[in-house]
Design a protein around this ligand. Structure first.
Ligand code: APR
Length: 245
């Protein structure tokens, strides 16, 4: 932890990359842990663009459940620690794979939502967007005024990362000299390429996870084993030099 605090305190430009693990202590299951979302909803049947087109009503069973969960959760100390670091000028931005908007709600400002966010829905046919609404849950997949089925405004497997977030994430990853990588299993590309990009530009990679990931022992320089909600406030306190709020 001391090495991580020093590296972050001395960083010219630090960036964070987060995955589902940072939101587990907010009550949102991650995807690939033993009791993760994919253990109940196989991603090939619920989280691919082909599954959506094949059977939108079936896919929406999972997305409505996730939307209901997201409607009742709060940021946890890990999200607040990153917002404090950004506010103090010690973090340039957060690239998140998460779709729960908890970084925004914790006060982070420069947040790149690499996989979109689940509080909005979009029509693939005409592009219309509106807020996620649970009122239609009993009627299956929400319909657009144009007649098409609407999908959550997230990047499903088989879809590309929108150009805006992709460019913003690359700009952050290639300009930082320290990258915090928090709560990701490093299984999904192109998000999992970001720490490698940062490392190629000489960045120090500090990883926080409850268990080793595909990054650990490869691209990670400093591995902080433990829960993000416990580790990140200590890291932020060490860098900012003041008691936890
Ligand atoms: N603190 C830190 N890390 C944690 C915690 C915690 N409290 N709880 C779980 N983790 C770790 C797990 O050990 C795991 O390595 O978080 C990671 C979560 O991994 P995944 O469930 O695979 O989530 P993620 O890496 O974000 O998945 C990437 O895959 O399913 C798609 O689009 C989805 O954005 C997601 C992407």
């Amino acid at each position: 932890m001391e090495r991580a605090i020093r590296a972050l305190a001395e960083a010219r430009r630090a960036v964070a990359v987060t995955g589902a693990g940072i939101s587990v202590e907010s009550g949102i299951p991650d995807f690939r842990s033993a009791d993760g979302l994919w253990s109940r909803y196989p991603p090939d049947q619920f989280a691919t663009i082909d599954a959506f087109y094949d059977d939108p009503d079936r896919v929406w069973v999972m997305w409505y459940e996730l939307a209901e969960t997201l409607g009742s959760v709060q940021p946890n100390p890990a999200h607040y620690a990153l917002a404090r670091l950004e506010k103090a000028g010690r973090l340039a931005g957060v690239i998140t794979q998460n779709i729960d908007a908890l970084h925004h709600r914790a006060g982070s400002v420069n947040v790149v939502e690499f996989h979109g966010r689940a509080d909005a829905i979009v029509c693939p046919a005409c592009g219309r967007r509106r807020a996620m609404e649970l009122s239609h849950r009993a009627h299956g997949a929400p319909r657009c005024e144009c007649g098409g089925y609407m999908k959550p405004d997230v990047v499903l497997f088989g879809e590309i990362i929108p150009p805006g977030p992709l460019a913003a994430a690359h700009a952050l990853a290639t300009s930082c000299d320290v990258m915090l990588v928090i709560g990701t299993s490093a299984q999904v590309y192109p998000a999992a390429s970001l720490p490698w990009m940062a490392r190629e530009n000489g960045a120090t990679i500090i990883e926080c996870n409850t268990q080793p990931s595909a990054f650990t022992g490869n691209v990670t320089d400093i591995f902080l084993r433990g829960k993000a909600g416990e580790i990140l406030p200590v890291l932020a306190d060490g860098v900012l030099g003041r008691a936890e709020i």
